[in-house]
Write a protein of this length. Structure first.
Length: 128
């Protein structure tokens, strides 16, 4: 049986794999290479930091790492929106649509996880 964190881990893996699929479409110009590099770094960072958060040493460590995940996802979403707005990929690309939606969903889920973890952290410290 798969846990929620395993499902999220898989979603992050698919997210990064799809970012890699954009490389051949974006890296034909200087600006495309630059933007792709920014997206690649923020997207892979979000995924790697999610894995780190899963192994957090404490609830506070988990929260800190998840806040980094959220920051990187927001940056990734910005670069995806920029690619769309600047029409750096001219066709209606399914990978780009997936990344746009998935970055929003992953950020929303991550933000809720941070809020929940913070509320539990507050409850635990008030019980001491």
């Amino acid at each position: 049986m798969s846990s929620f964190s395993d499902d999220m881990s898989e979603r992050f893996m698919v997210f990064v794999v799809n970012i890699i699929k954009l490389e051949k479409l974006l890296c034909k110009t200087y600006s495309g290479r630059h933007i792709y590099g920014q997206l690649f770094r923020s997207g892979t960072s979000a995924a790697a930091n999610y894995e780190e958060a899963r192994a957090g040493e404490s609830r506070a460590d988990f929260i800190h790492k998840m806040q980094i995940v959220l920051k990187e996802l927001r940056e990734s979403h910005f670069w995806i929106k920029f690619i769309i707005a600047a029409k750096l990929i001219t066709s209606e690309d399914e990978v780009l649509k997936f990344l746009f939606n998935e970055s929003k969903e992953l950020a929303s889920i991550t933000a809720k996880s941070v809020v929940t973890a913070k509320s539990k952290l507050g409850k635990n410290s008030s019980q001491s």
